[in-house]
Ligand binder design. Structure first.
Ligand code: PHE
Length: 448
């Protein structure tokens, strides 16, 4: 068999993993959640979840991928042959495809808005007009589908070239640009008169706003932002060398993802407040509120271009990691060439994407459990597949995999000098704390 593709260095692994983690979640959800859930108070809770609870889960996902050097389905088959555990690998494949089914539609919108920014279409500062521009664009039939094809096509174009020549090369090229641009916009935002209010909104601790829901929000966001539970980390980790330090690489991914989210907050919120607008979350923030601000800002048309470049890069690097999950599965489990598995995924995902896209317009009346296609994919992936997948993963690593195997993989067969107490703590969290917290949060969400 041909040698399996792999990342060429620690830096390459890290940029690819950060590319997967940094996405729309950091830009359109995190700043808003921080502001409405008590500012610094929320950040403290979020940091706790990211580093104490979720990073050990990232270790677990990483460990399964790196140990087996297989796609998600193959990985469980290898570690627990002849059992039903390989279904967990299949759930990851479904989960990643489900995220892509709506994420790639939004990815298409980012190209649409990048084109609008480059052709200076945000000239009106009338928010009503910008709102209808957005609704008209996303609810029309062909325009969003054309952009969806472009976005998915680009994603496939990178993935088809393979891990080293596609994913790694592309991530190394765009991720530094992403950080430079977001820092530049953050500095510009802070220099606007009246920006202090936005900084206060983000960072002033207000413990009175902390409720049970704050914890739910923080954990849900941490899961989504770190890309836990849909096989992307496991799949990328399967291309990582046996010499890599799992704990260091995974923790750095969490650090950069959080750092990016905070800088994005500083880029967005001060500008929102400087222009006296109330912040929102989701598509409304990035596709309506921000163009409204760009139209009034000195140099706004250039900043608009930079901003939509950021949004596009953030979305596409996450989509690439998601696509690699089903592609690796088809390629390895059905012995296909990379080209063939990418082509099959392209058409399947295009079908699902078209349904999501049309559900914003002509198909909006068609609902399953009261949700249109777009919302259904969003709901199913975040609430069912990612959470369920994350739970099954920690149960597998904590209860099915042998403890020695866990310790062996984390310490690279004992060659890394990692403190035993640290590994014992991580193991304890994976085995007991993480499953209980995930179950508790799931129950709380259902009650809510
Ligand atoms: N972490 C990405 C974001 O913040 C989304 C994502 C989820 C990417 C799951 C890959 C896997 O937008």
């Amino acid at each position: 068999m041909a040698k399996r593709d792999s990342f060429s260095s620690r830096f390459a692994v890290l940029v690819a993993l950060i590319g997967s983690a940094v996405g729309l979640g950091n830009l359109w959800r995190f700043p808003y959640l921080v502001g409405t859930n008590g500012g610094a108070a929320f950040i403290i809770i979020y940091l706790f979840f990211v580093f104490v609870l979720c990073t050990p889960i990232v270790f677990s996902e990483f460990l399964v991928g790196r140990r087996t050097q297989c796609n998600t389905f193959g990985a469980f088959k290898k570690l627990a042959p002849g059992t039903k555990w390989n279904w967990v690998g299949l759930i990851a494949v479904i989960s990643a495809s489900c995220v892509l089914a709506f994420y790639s539609v939004v990815g298409g919108w980012t190209i649409d808005y990048l084109v609008k920014a480059v052709t200076f279409r945000f000239t009106t500062s009338d928010q009503g007009q910008l709102a209808s521009m957005f609704t008209d664009s996303v609810s029309s039939v062909w325009e969003p589908i054309i952009y969806l094809v472009a976005f998915l096509g680009l994603t496939c174009f990178v993935v088809v070239k393979g891990v080293k020549d596609g994913i790694e090369k592309f991530s190394k090229m765009v991720m530094p640009l992403l950080f430079v641009l977001v820092v530049a916009i953050a500095v510009n935002s802070l220099l606007l008169p009246g920006s202090q209010k936005g900084v206060d909104f983000l960072f002033k601790p207000d413990f009175s706003k902390v409720t049970a829901e704050t914890f739910l929000n923080a954990l849900g966001q941490a899961f989504f932002s770190l890309s836990i539970g849909c096989g992307t980390i496991m799949t990328y980790a399967s291309y990582v060398s046996k010499k890599e330090n799992i704990a260091v690489t995974s923790s750095l991914t969490g650090v950069f993802d959080t750092l990016f989210a905070l800088i994005a907050g500083v880029a967005i919120m001060p500008a929102v407040f400087a222009f006296g607008i109330s912040p929102s979350e989701g598509p409304g923030l990035v596709f309506i509120t921000l163009p409204h601000i760009f139209a009034q800002m000195p140099g706004g048309s250039v900043i608009a271009i930079a901003f939509f470049v950021i949004l596009f890069i953030a979305a596409i690097t996450s989509s690439i990691s998601l696509l690699e999950v089903p592609v690796a599965y088809l390629k390895e489990e059905f012995n296909m060439s990379r080209g063939k598995s990418v082509t099959i995924c392209f058409f399947l995902l295009l079908g699902l994407g078209v349904l999501s896209s049309l559900s914003q317009g002509v198909l909006s009346y068609f609902k399953i459990f009261g949700l249109n296609f777009f919302d259904l994919f969003d709901f199913m992936s975040a609430n069912v597949f990612m959470t369920g997948g994350g739970l099954l993963l920690v149960l597998f690593v904590g209860w099915k995999l042998k403890k020695e195997d866990f310790m062996d993989e984390m310490s690279n067969g004992g060659t890394l000098k990692i403190k035993r107490w640290f590994l014992e703590c991580v193991y304890f969290i994976v085995k007991y704390v993480a499953p209980l917290v995930i179950i508790a949060i799931a129950i709380a969400s259902i009650i809510k």
